[in-house]
Design a protein. Structure first.
Length: 131
C-alpha cells in the first residue's frame, strides 16, 4: 500500500534530478515496512537458520552488540543491499548511533536496533544507486 500511495513521489527515470525530499521520505517508509517484515521473520527462526541476524539474540537487551553481532549484521545487510561491506567508518557510525539512540535495557530495543540498521541501509544512497 505504501508504494501505491507514494508512487507519485518516485523518480520516473532514476536520474539524480528526480530525487526529492518527498521521494526520500517515501523510500524510508517503504524500507521500514520491508525491514519490519524481514526482522519479524528472522526473529521467529532459529539463529542458525537466519541470514541477516544469525548472531543477534532477540531474547536479550542489545548490550550483546559488544560481541560483534551488530557489525556482522550490518555487513550481511550491506552485501545483500549494496553489494559490498560497509566502510569501517560507516560501521563505526552505525554502532555509535545505535549505542546513543537505543536505551539498551529492553528486549524490544534489540528488535528496534535491528530495524534501525536495516532501514538505514535499505534507504541509503548505495541501495538507490546500487554502489
Amino acid at each position: 500500500a505504501i508504494y501505491q500511495n507514494d508512487s507519485a513521489f518516485y523518480s520516473l527515470n532514476g536520474s539524480p534530478a528526480g530525487i526529492s525530499a518527498p521521494m526520500l521520505l517515501s523510500i524510508t517508509k517503504l524500507s521500514a515496512e520491508m525491514c519490519l517484515g524481514m526482522v519479524n521473520s528472522e526473529k521467529s527462526m532459529a539463529a542458525s537458520a537466519r541470514y541477516f541476524y544469525p548472531m543477534v539474540d532477540f531474547t536479550v537487551a542489545p548490550s550483546q552488540f559488544a560481541n560483534g553481532s551488530l557489525s556482522d549484521s550490518v555487513n550481511r545487510l550491506s552485501r545483500k543491499i549494496c553489494g559490498h561491506n560497509v566502510s569501517s567508518s560507516l560501521a563505526s557510525s552505525i554502532q555509535s548511533e545505535i549505542t546513543s539512540t537505543v536505551t539498551a535495557t529492553s528486549v524490544t530495543d534489540t528488535t528496534n536496533s535491528a530495524l534501525m540498521v536495516c532501514t538505514a541501509l535499505l534507504a541509503s544512497s548505495c541501495a538507490l544507486t546500487n554502489n
